[in-house]
Design a protein around this ligand. Structure first.
Ligand SMILES: [Zn+2]
Ligand SMILES: [Zn+2]
Length: 238
């Protein structure tokens, strides 16, 4: 037999291509060992988010719950971000989003699991943030889904595919205030049937949290008992 495993050929080719592209560090061209496209030294120099609010990932000087989340608890049970959205992290995420650097999704997924791994159960499913059909056509791929695929693969979880984005609202990144962002995403998402008992929402950047909170609201309404959010980077301004 030409291929001795049950893994589909497309995925095997994708993995081989990713390994080839990821052999050298994106920043210094040194050898990448444990993280695709990133050497250990450049990875260590990234702005890691070590202590933060466990509800919204806001940087804190200790692990705990911030004042804003104590006053108005978010719908999600917890939020994790590995890194601050600044410096080389912005370069990496922009390379994925705007430069079509899809192979970097496995870099982001590996970084997302490096410092901490999510608690998972038998019923955990990974939920990505859907794009509208129009934006999907413009960009050609959904970076949140690509990162979710990598993360689900590494954690051996299933991806939940029944959440849709229905609206044609402007991109969240084009809106300045948290209030505008909250209003913009209201009623944007639609779910058919039952939501996962435990949902792990995956996205690249957590900015105001409006999008994931809106998704969490829909998931809760459709039966999710626990919702955790796992993002690569946390905007430090919001
Ligand atoms: Zn390097
Ligand atoms: Zn908080």
């Amino acid at each position: 037999m030409l291929f001795g495993s049950d893994t589909p050929l497309r995925i095997r080719l994708e993995n081989a291509w990713t390994a080839h592209l990821g052999a050298h560090c994106r920043f210094c061209h040194g050898a990448a060992a444990t993280i695709p496209s990133l050497c250990d030294r450049c990875a260590a120099n990234l702005p890691w988010l070590l202590t933060r609010c466990e509800k919204c990932a806001r940087p804190l000087s200790f692990d705990g719950v911030c004042g804003a989340c104590r006053q108005q608890p978010p719908i999600c049970n917890s939020t994790h971000s590995s890194l601050r959205y600044t410096g080389d992290v912005v370069i990496l995420i922009h390379a994925v989003k705007f430069g079509g650097g899809l192979n970097l999704c496995s870099t982001l997924a590996t970084l997302m699991l490096k410092a901490r791994r999510p608690i998972v159960f038998d019923q955990t499913q990974v939920v990505s943030v859907p794009l509208s059909q129009r934006r999907l056509r413009q960009r050609g791929f959904n970076q949140s889904l690509e990162i979710a695929r990598q993360l689900a693969n590494q954690l051996q979880l299933e991806i939940f595919h029944r959440l849709r984005r229905t609206g044609q609202a402007p991109a969240q990144s084009s809106l300045k205030s948290a209030r505008e962002r909250r209003r913009n995403v209201r009623s944007q998402f639609e779910l058919q049937g039952q939501a996962p008992v435990h949902a792990l929402i995956v996205d690249d950047v957590y900015t105001s949290g409006s999008t994931v909170q809106e998704i969490a609201r829909v998931l809760r309404r459709h039966g999710s008992e626990r919702i955790d959010v796992w993002t690569c980077a946390r905007s430090v301004r919001a």
